[in-house]
Design a protein around this ligand. Structure first.
Ligand code: NAD
Length: 256
């Protein structure tokens, strides 16, 4: 049984990831930002026992190291945290749209800073804290980052999102090299469009059919498909995949 810390687990991909680890017999610390009821629903759905919730705005100074300390403390019976999944993100939404030709410099700056703080710098701090905990314990482990297809395909209306996800992929690759001597594998997944609660209105609206047709499968991805890959990448069997960025986009965007 491992201790697993999943960020952004109140719903969507984070909830599915937490569920996949709990189904595999692990104990899960689920960080969430503000949707307490949703987070409690995630916790209720997790099979097994010993799971917990941790509330934090990861964009606030000191939050990432506090989250890791709380998770390590709560999961101490099983050794602490063995796996970190960096899933939380300020994602594309009408509130975070910032096309260069339309927004003011003040709006542009605000979104760039918020997306960088939460989507990149918080993941870096969480990774530092979990890596040092694993190194101190002399224990192997895994970090899996949830990146995005947008890092490769471009995000014209959300350039800070695309840039932060590209940086997250690159950060994961640097960490894979740095942490391999300590037996810690670091990987990223790069999902295309996934049918989460956040995306439900888009999928039901006039854009829905176009989004489904981006993939030759004629559909979008499911949170469970992302979670299955994350769960595998965090397993000892996948240690040799360390450094990879796995495309999970139904062949909607092929990298060369
Ligand atoms: P979501 O908005 O439901 O999940 C994002 C999670 O991050 C939420 O639980 C939210 O509470 C958390 N979060 C946001 N700001 C935070 C903050 N300041 N502090 C702490 N937590 C914070 O969306 P989702 O679709 O489930 O996305 C999950 C991950 O998958 C994100 O990293 C997203 O970028 C990535 N992704 C999603 C899609 C998609 O189409 N759904 C595609 C590619 C990548």
């Amino acid at each position: 049984m491992r201790g697993v810390l999943v960020t952004g687990g109140s719903r969507g991909i984070g909830r599915a990831v937490a569920t996949a680890f709990a189904e595999g017999g692990d104990r899960v610390a689920v960080q969430y930002a503000s949707r307490r009821e949703d987070a409690e629903e995630t916790l209720r759905r997790l099979p097994g026992s010993g799971h917990l919730l941790i509330e934090a705005d990861l964009g606030e100074a000191g939050a990432p190291e506090r989250v890791v300390a709380e998770a390590v403390h709560a999961l101490a019976d099983t050794g602490g945290v063995d796996v970190l999944v960096n899933n939380a993100a300020v994602a594309p939404s009408p509130a975070t749209r910032h096309p260069v030709a339309e927004v003011s410099l003040a709006e542009w700056r605000a979104v760039w800073r918020r997306m960088t703080d939460v989507n990149l710098l918080a993941a870096a701090d969480l990774t530092w804290a979990v890596a040092r905990h694993l190194i101190d314990r002399g224990a192997p482990g895994a970090v899996v980052n949830v990146g995005s297809r947008g890092a490769f395909r471009g995000e014209p209306e959300f350039p800070a999102y695309g840039a932060a996800k590209a940086a997250l992929h690159a950060f994961g690759q640097s960490m894979a090299v740095a942490l391999a001597p300590h037996g810690i594998a670091v990987t990223s997944v790069s999902p295309g469009f996934v049918a989460t609660e956040r995306q439900a209105a888009k999928l039901a609206g006039p854009e829905g059919e176009r989004l489904r047709q981006e993939s030759p499968f004629g559909r979008v991805g499911t949170p469970e498909e992302i979670a299955a890959a994350v769960h595998f990448l965090a397993s000892p069997a996948a240690a040799w995949a360390s450094g990879t960025v796995v495309d999970l986009n139904g062949a909607s965007h092929l990298r060369t």
